[in-house]
Design a protein around this ligand. Structure first.
Ligand code: NAP
Ligand code: MG
Length: 462
């Protein structure tokens, strides 16, 4: 795999001040596939200065010209789609087909949506005797995870560019090659020097330096709730804006009137996709007690079919974490109906598709985000009980409801404390606001709501 030995700062690849490096590992065979610099606080400072210097020019660039750069970025990403997919497969381990359609396809769609929004959004509005200007918030510090390595980057960088902000990105240490490829695409798209900067590095070093930097006006973070909490505290102390996209433990509520077989099969696929490493995955399936045994049987059979079709998880560390949760589920009395706690292969960071039945709401596997291919199935007595269980975690990122009648499903969805609900298997919408209730986060990404995060208002009175 191609890897740059520098950081992309102020429009060029430059040697890092720090001598540390990150070895990038392919989790399918655990071979090192590249080395990138692990930037330090000094490197972050250089990048933030470049972003600050570029801010006045980019903020004053007409939205139509910013839209043209975003359209060019979409076109470069489209032209390099195969390369993107291969890179994500190599460093994340996702199956090639999934890398093509989702890991490369979705960020292209999101870049496209912001090319459109930058061109059409009104950056000015009239309110009574005032004109309200929507101005870029400034320099953005973006910190992203590895699970959807390009999507998470584009979901921050594209709206920031559309808004007129400049950016310093610190991507996940496990997936820096995808971030480097994205920096190349930004360069090829003709985005001016300093507008986008990339510092690869470690979270507690480069990530923390970026979150703490006084030259950053907004920190946008996606990752674990534990780190998000720290970043929120740092940003709060400095009175800077913060956007947090954190974990989830989403409920897939199958109401008694639903098409059970369909709801279970789509539900299992949702959890196994990306080897379970999806913050919005429906990791808790809620089934009425009268249909419970049938649902468990269907889910176990469906999961068994995924055996060879899912990729590894991202790293040996993640594999150990997921296996720890599987052991914990067994110890707490959940019944394993698919999967084994051991690694299913001799080499590579694989976890077998796992389904737990007889899961009760207070069990660790029903409360904590596992981030692996592990589905829990919980039994409910009636609709009120289902709602209590669905809302009974600290998270509220996503969810699903299935019923024979759409209105019945919608009525239930209205009572769920969560940021997104898919009704009877509704499709992903790249324009719909995405983000969490409760401890799943602060702020929204994607579409017009995502763009608004990068703007601040100034009211002129006449
Ligand atoms: P993480 O530690 O929260 O990492 C997310 C990003 O934050 C990475 O770029 C990370 O850098 C950086 N980071 C880590 N510590 C930091 C700090 N003190 N200051 C600033 N930035 C910091 O998540 P993870 O280790 O990749 O995964 C752990 C768990 O988080 C997963 O098992 C999963 O439950 C959850 N997770 C959730 C999402 C989501 O989309 N909601 C995504 C990924 C993970 P490094 O890459 O160097 O650690
Ligand atoms: Mg980490």
């Amino acid at each position: 795999m191609k890897a740059h030995d520098g950081l992309y700062i102020d429009g060029a690849w430059r040697p890092a001040e720090s001598r540390d490096v990150i070895e990038v590992v392919n989790p399918a065979d655990e071979q090192v596939i590249g080395k990138v610099p692990a930037g330090g606080a000094l490197d972050v400072d250089t990048a933030v200065r470049a972003a600050r210097a570029a801010l006045p020019g980019w903020a004053a660039t007409p939205p139509a010209e910013r839209a043209a750069r975003l359209a060019a970025l979409r076109d470069v990403m489209t032209a390099r789609k195969d390369e993107i997919a291969e890179t994500v497969t190599a460093e994340l381990g996702a199956p090639p087909q999934f890398s093509q359609t989702v890991h490369a396809g979705v960020p292209i769609a999101v870049a496209d949506s912001y090319a459109e929004l930058a061109a059409t959004h009104s950056f000015e509005e009239k309110v009574g005797n005032s004109t309200v200007l929507h101005e870029p918030i400034g320099v953005v510090g973006a910190i992203t995870p590895w699970n959807y390595p390009l999507h998470q980057i584009v979901a921050k960088v594209a709206p920031a560019l559309a808004a007129g902000c400049t950016i310093v990105l610190k991507p996940a240490e496990d997936t820096p090659l995808t971030a480097q490829l994205f920096a190349e695409a930004v360069h090829e798209a003709g985005v001016p020097a300093g507008v986008f900067n990339l510092v690869t590095g470690l979270g507690p070093v480069a990530g923390q330096a970026l979150a703490e930097h006084p030259g950053v006006d907004l920190v946008s973070f996606t990752g674990s709730t534990a780190v998000g909490r720290q970043i929120g505290a740092v940003a709060g102390a400095a009175v800077k804006k913060v956007a947090l996209e954190l974990g989830g433990k989403s409920a897939n509520v199958i109401l008694p009137s639903a098409d059970l077989a369909k709801a279970v099969s789509v539900g299992v696929a949702n959890v196994m996709s990306n080897s379970g490493q999806t913050c919005s995955a429906w990791t808790r399936m809620l089934v009425h007690r009268d249909q419970y045994d049938e649902a468990v049987e269907l889910a176990g059979a469906a999961a068994a079919k995924y055996g060879d079709r899912i990729g590894p998880v991202v790293s040996a560390k993640q594999q150990a974490r997921v296996r720890g949760y599987i052991e914990k589920g067994i110890a707490e009395g959940a019944r394993l109906v698919a999967g084994v706690p051991e690694s299913p292969r001799e080499r590579g960071c694989f976890v077998s598709p796992t389904v737990f039945a007889d899961v009760t709401p207070e069990m660790t596997v029903a409360q904590e985000e596992i981030f692996g291919p592990v589905l829990t199935i919980l039994r409910y007595e009636d609709e009120e009980d289902a709602l209590r269980i669905a809302n009974g975690t600290v998270y509220g990122l996503a969810g699903a409801v299935w019923a024979a009648d759409e209105a019945e499903a919608v009525a239930f969805a209205r009572r769920m404390d969560t940021g997104q609900v898919d009704i009877n298997g509704g499709r992903f919408n790249p324009l719909a606001p995405f983000g969490g209730y409760k401890q799943s986060g602060v702020g929204r990404e994607l579409g017009g709501h995502g763009l608004a995060e990068y703007l601040q208002t100034k009211s002129l009175q006449f």
